[in-house]
Design a binder for this molecule. Structure first.
Ligand code: ADP
Ligand SMILES: O=c1ccn([C@@H]2O[C@H](COP(=O)(O)O)[C@@H](O)[C@H]2O)c(=O)[nH]1
Length: 207
């Protein structure tokens, strides 16, 4: 198999990375092209050794919260045509789940996550770098709704975490990483023109 094309999609939490990734995935699946999605969130470090109180106070918006060494090794394995043991992470317990999932390489790999463009050593592994640029107030509103509905949080805890880590770390790490991107996408996960442009670039690169 030809070496896979690796697309990295980054941006703030709540910017629309997951939706953009799903929409790109659906566009390829509809025409029968195999695509593999990898989420940086799955590479948050295991914290079984810490009590829940300490886990709740952790800074999850610093690059060191992720096991990027493992992500890098997995991308290299997929490039070489090998399967990987993809970790699973639980946002409610703030640690890895015991099970992993066997993922196979595919011609297109879409990777999404907040710190993907903030680690210089990861950048050479990507073929296309995309930044989803959404105003922070919109990201916060979306995150509030999602974290309360899906991640077992209260409005108070979301607001507190946002002020203490999410917002300052965004300005320190994520916002500057925008300048490493090949494409900056406005209007979140539903920007159809951006989806079409990126899809046609991928199609050409695969020929
Ligand atoms: N352009 C958009 N218009 C309306 N809702 C959107 C748009 N982009 C994303 N969303 C919604 O906002 C929420 C957060 O988006 P998501 O893709 O999960 O963000 P991220 O993965 O960057 O944290 C989701 O409920 C998603 O459906
Ligand atoms: O245990 C955890 C791990 C992460 N977070 C928050 O998640 C977001 C990143 O996920 P998105 O899907 O991109 O929103 C990050 O901002 C962390 O603050 C967490 O709260 N708990």
């Amino acid at each position: 198999m030809q070496s896979p094309l690796i697309i990295a999609i980054s941006g703030a939490s709540g910017s629309g990375k997951s939706l953009f990734t799903e929409n790109l995935f659906n566009a390829f699946s509809a025409q029968g092209s195999p695509v593999q999605i990898l989420r940086e969130d799955h590479y948050y470090r295991a914290q079984d050794h810490l009590p829940m109180e300490a886990r709740e106070k952790n800074n999850y918006d610093h690059p060191n919260a992720f096991e990027h060494e493992l992500l890098k090794a997995h991308l290299q394995s997929l490039r070489e045509g090998h399967n990987i043991d993809y970790p699973h992470y639980c946002f409610k317990t703030h640690t890895r789940l015991p099970d992993t999932e066997c993922l196979e390489p595919a011609p297109v790999i879409i990777l999404e996550g907040i710190m993907l463009l903030a680690r210089p050593e990861l950048l050479p592994l990507y073929d296309v770098k995309i930044f989803i640029d959404t105003p922070l107030d919109i990201c916060l509103m979306r995150r509030m709704m999602r974290d309360v509905k899906q991640r077992g949080r209260t409005l108070e805890s979301v607001a507190k975490q946002y002020e203490s880590t999410v917002k300052p770390m965004y300005h320190q790490f994520i916002e500057p990483s925008r300048f490493t991107a090949d494409v900056v996408v406005t209007q979140g996960g539903k920007n159809q023109i951006a989806l079409d442009v990126i899809k046609s670039h991928i199609q050409q690169a695969l020929q």
